[in-house]
Unconditional design. Structure first.
Length: 249
């Protein structure tokens, strides 16, 4: 599966409240909640398309919403020269993340390391995530709109602390799309980190997905988040590709 195919799957899994196709590009707006949901993904390009016109339309879209134009780019973004052209136009490069993926073979995941995740009501999961992640309360509404718009089967996953059954130790969102499961918003309660909860949560999510026919897991991780990258590497994830942003200033 190439970058653009995985990008399309991830876009379906994490839809912004406002989406506008612009040629073969997908522009999203989510009231400022996360740069990923407020950026354009350049999926397709056809001979004869007008690049200047396309960029101008993107800029108008974000200007209408009071935001700067933001492009989310990978090495497979189309057209191939887009990153260089945006740089020439004064778009600053900003850090993005790494997309990781893992195939699940027969007998996986290791259920001995899995915790059966609770599937929390959406509002409960949002408030739990916001507390663990220390998110701005003002973002909760936009975050909930994204999650509520997901059309595929979704698991609002949470596992509890061993010594406090009423306390969430870690949570995440899993979105099933055929044989693919995307994992988003993974967070562990700060005092409980490095105690195996993230590993058990991931195994539990993969077990949930495997029972429903999934054979491929993907997620995004910030490049500088070394503890998370070590965890995912130990779970068998490998880098599919990086992405980064170009922001109009």
């Amino acid at each position: 599966m190439n970058e653009m195919q995985l990008e399309q799957i991830a876009l379906r899994a994490w839809p912004a409240p406002h989406i506008r196709p612009i040629g073969g590009w997908i522009a999203q707006f989510a009231y400022g909640h996360t740069r990923r949901a407020n950026s354009v993904t350049a999926l397709e390009w056809h001979t004869g398309d007008d690049l200047e016109q396309r960029i101008a339309e993107v800029e108008r879209f974000y200007s209408e919403h009071g935001l700067p134009a933001v492009f989310r780019l990978t090495h497979g973004s189309q057209p191939a020269q887009l990153d260089a052209i945006l740089a020439q136009r004064g778009y600053e490069r900003r850090a993005g993340a790494l997309v990781l993926q893992r195939s699940m073979t027969a007998g996986e995941p290791d259920l001995s390391q899995a915790a059966e995740p609770h599937d929390l009501p959406l509002a409960t999961w949002i408030s739990t995530f916001s507390r663990l992640h220390q998110s701005d309360p003002a973002e909760q509404i936009a975050h909930q709109q994204i999650l509520a718009a997901i059309a595929m089967p979704r698991l609002n996953a949470a596992i509890m602390a061993d010594d406090a059954p009423d306390q969430v130790a870690a949570c995440a969102i899993a979105v099933l799309d055929g044989i693919h499961v995307g994992v988003f918003d993974v967070v562990t309660e700060s005092p409980l980190r490095a105690r195996g909860y993230g590993r058990r949560l991931m195994h539990g999510i993969m077990a949930w997905a495997a029972r429903r026919g999934a054979s491929h897991t993907y997620l995004q991780v910030v490049e500088t988040n070394l503890p998370a990258r070590r965890l995912y590497a130990s779970l068998g994830f490998s880098e599919a590709y990086p992405y980064w942003y170009r922001v109009r200033i």
